[in-house]
Ligand binder design. Structure first.
Ligand code: FDA
Length: 305
């Protein structure tokens, strides 16, 4: 589609707009966002998690928010993560926690962010819950990997995400042998200096890093809605006798439900990324940028509300 590239850039710009992100917190879930965001409150999100669990789907909850610049906000976000962990523990839900470290003070002070992360990892460890550090834009990649390596010395219940569009991803995956990784194509707009721009090249590298991590015996989450990638992973695992217990497929809440069901029926573990909270705008705009067809969601939601 000729309009696809300008639309992508438009939504990526909106995703980064501070005034819009701030204003949207007061709007409630608008423009169809409720189809991809599981509620404004933890209570709503937990109801959705329990419903998904009852269908056999595992979850990872994400309390939405990113790029925080005030310490107070980062402390509030840390408390919100701890509340999520308590709710998962109390309900016995099949659920992990995903988080973004820029919500926990990464842009304020690395040591402060590390302290917040330690509190979260310690509580999660005591509840036997896994913490996934989402990978944000390239400017935070090095810091994220540095904090991960410190945390991994004390906590084996923490892992991160590697983005196939980055030139460095193959080397990063090799260095993270044994660490549970979520592998994705990558969701941010990055320069050609650091990232492949060609979709086919990203897909090719994506398959390479998935195969490398699986071959090293490491637990691998393949987070993609791309059936071509999923089919290749299934065929590779079959051919190379990689047990189904060594990997899982992950998708975002609200996407490709038929495919999720099909994979589960074939005996694969499927985990949904379940975002919730009032800070939904940036997340929702990135989803529209990824796949302008998702605008249909927005339009349906717009006319419903
Ligand atoms: P992509 O968008 O490349 O689509 C490829 C093809 O798949 C399409 O052409 C179409 O044929 C099919 N397809 C895709 N979506 C479809 C749909 N909804 N319906 C029908 N067909 C569809 N990124 C990041 O930078 N850091 C992170 O931490 C994360 N975390 C994360 C967690 C989870 C669980 C997921 C699923 C994704 C992420 N991402 C991410 C986002 C990721 O990097 C990527 O931007 C999106 O997943 C989009 O890429 P896909 O691989 O899904 O397919």
């Amino acid at each position: 589609m000729v309009l696809e590239q300008p639309l992508r850039s438009f939504f990526m710009q909106l995703a980064k707009s501070k005034p819009l992100n701030k204003a949207a917190k007061k709007w409630g879930l608008k423009f169809g966002a409720s189809q991809v965001v599981a509620g404004a409150t933890l209570e709503d999100a937990m109801k959705n998690v329990q419903l998904l669990n009852s269908k056999g789907l595992h979850c990872t909850l994400d309390h939405l928010g990113e790029f925080v610049t005030e310490k107070e906000e980062a402390i509030e976000a840390t408390e919100a993560c701890l509340n999520v962990l308590r709710a998962i523990n109390e309900t016995g839900a099949m659920c992990n926690l995903s988080l973004k470290m820029t919500q926990l003070g990464l842009d304020i002070d690395e040591e402060f962010c590390l302290d917040n992360m330690k509190r979260i990892c310690q509580t999660a460890l005591s509840f036997n819950i896994f913490i996934r550090i989402d990978m944000e834009d390239y400017s935070h990649c090095e810091q994220t990997l540095r904090i991960l390596s410190i945390l991994r010395k004390d906590y084996d219940n923490v892992g991160t995400v590697i983005q196939a569009y980055l030139h460095r991803s193959e080397a990063d995956v090799a260095a993270l042998k044994g660490v549970p990784l979520r592998l994705v194509k990558g969701a941010y707009k990055e320069s050609e200096k650091v990232a492949f721009q060609d979709k086919a090249k990203v897909d090719e590298n994506y398959i390479t890093i998935i195969q490398n991590h699986l071959d090293s015996g490491s637990y691998t989450a393949i987070a993609s809605h791309d059936h071509m990638i999923i089919d290749k992973v299934k065929a590779y695992a079959d051919k190379n006798k990689i047990p189904k217990e060594q990997f899982e497929f992950q998708m975002l809440y609200g996407f490709r439900e038929a495919l999720q069901k099909e994979l589960m029926e074939e005996g694969y573990k499927v985990r949904l990324y379940v975002p919730f909270g009032t800070d939904w705008f940036g997340y929702f705009m990135r989803r529209l940028a990824e796949r302008p067809q998702n605008i249909a969601f927005a339009l349906r939601g717009f006319f419903k509300k």
